[in-house]
Design a protein around this ligand. Structure first.
Ligand SMILES: [Zn+2]
Length: 381
């Protein structure tokens, strides 16, 4: 048995209060590939919390049998700061109450600082370069300045993930099918993971923008590669993926068990856990470019009546919902059709039916990049 459990204290944000992270560790550091999992960085996305619970049970059993061949780190509650945010009886996640912004944006880009540390020592051997860069990444995170509790949380999570070969950031959407976001540079791994967790949508991008947690871990590798040029080989050594575990209310043991088993199989396939994962399950859908996803906004304020359900195929120009103007004098004049610019899978929509002007209401994953979408703006443009 290799398992250890560690408790990391975060700084005290106010007199008499402290929060902590629980860290479940398996395997021997450096023995093989390292996988890192964290759940609910946005804090109000609960499916990952239950999936992590199931995953830990599976990993405990594998560890008892001596089957952990790499290193695995699981942080089952990634954001105790956000989990404590209650306003008038409602849990409010996503953004930090103290002004720190969106919990999954503005993560640091360590590439400049790490390049400075390693530039003079890079050589012709890729694996030596990767090992050198990993050590420098760990040192750079250790040197990060902590001014607030949220800074401390960022530093602690990044300190656990930054040396990993695989990073799984477990999120969810509002109402959605299983989907994932990752770099187009890791297309093959994305396809394999999507098969193992039965995700019909995999959104790939070259430059996500917004600096989410996954990119803080994986992006540093291709940025260093660009800086180093052809002379010094550097692999894109970290596959980091944001897994959207359906919708906020999809928190059931039946689903969580299946999802954890899918992640476990993927780890077996990648050589982090011994045992036969079986044949790769059939693909549920081809990956599509992030710029091909139409994030449809409400043109005004009112009540939404959806025409499309999750999993429906939508043609460009087709009506996905109608907005009903509650202030209209004539109900026959009150309806505005809302259409999709993309032809593709209707895979996510908002649960709230009373919407404000400009609210993002649903997403359609199309194959073709859309003219109105700006690359590098995550899904916010
Ligand atoms: Zn999220």
């Amino acid at each position: 048995m290799s398992k250890t459990i560690e408790t990391l204290k975060l700084g005290s944000p106010s007199p008499g209060t402290t929060r902590e992270l629980k860290v479940h560790r398996y395997g021997i550091p450096g023995a093989g590939k390292k996988a890192y999992f964290q759940a609910a960085l946005h804090s109000d996305e609960y499916p990952g919390l239950l999936v992590a619970n199931h995953l830990i049970a599976l990993l405990d059993a594998a560890d008892d049998k001596g089957d952990i061949t790499g290193e695995i780190v699981v942080v089952p509650v990634a954001n105790p700061v956000g989990l404590g945010q209650q306003l008038l009886g409602q849990h409010v996640g996503r953004n930090e109450f103290s002004g720190g912004g969106n919990f999954n944006r503005s993560w640091p880009d360590l590439s400049d600082a790490v390049f400075e540390r390693v530039e003079a020592r890079l050589g012709p051997d890729d694996s030596e370069n990767v090992a050198l860069i990993r050590r420098a990444l760990v040192e750079e995170v250790a040197a990060m300045e902590v001014k607030t509790e949220f800074d401390g949380l960022r530093k602690a999570l990044l300190g656990l993930s930054i040396s990993a070969d695989m990073v799984f950031d477990l999120h969810c959407d509002n109402e959605a099918l299983m989907h994932l976001y990752t770099s187009a540079r890791h297309r093959d791994l994305a396809v394999e993971l999507a098969c193992d967790i039965a995700a019909p949508v995999a959104l790939l991008e070259m430059d996500p923008g917004g600096a989410p947690f996954d990119e803080a871990n994986s992006g540093v590798w291709w940025k260093l590669r660009e800086k180093a040029g052809d002379e010094f080989p550097i692999s894109t050594a970290c596959f980091a993926v944001t897994v959207e575990l359906r919708g906020r209310n999809d928190v059931y043991d039946e689903l969580a068990h299946v999802d954890a088993a899918g992640l476990f199989r993927f780890l077996q396939r990648r050589g982090v856990i011994a045992g036969d994962p079986g044949v790769l399950p059939e693909s549920q859908g081809e990956p599509t470019p992030l710029e091909g996803t139409d994030v449809i906004r409400s043109p005004g304020a009112g009540v939404l009546a959806y025409h499309k359900h999750l999993g429906d195929w939508v043609q460009a120009g087709e009506t996905v919902a109608e907005l009903i103007d509650l202030m209209a004098d004539d109900p026959k004049q009150a309806r505005t059709p809302i259409t999709s610019k993309a032809s593709g899978l209707f895979f996510a929509r908002m649960n709230e039916k009373l919407v404000r002007q400009g609210a993002e209401i649903c997403k359609v994953a199309g194959k073709e990049p859309l003219e109105h979408r700006k690359a590098g703006g995550l899904l916010e443009s």
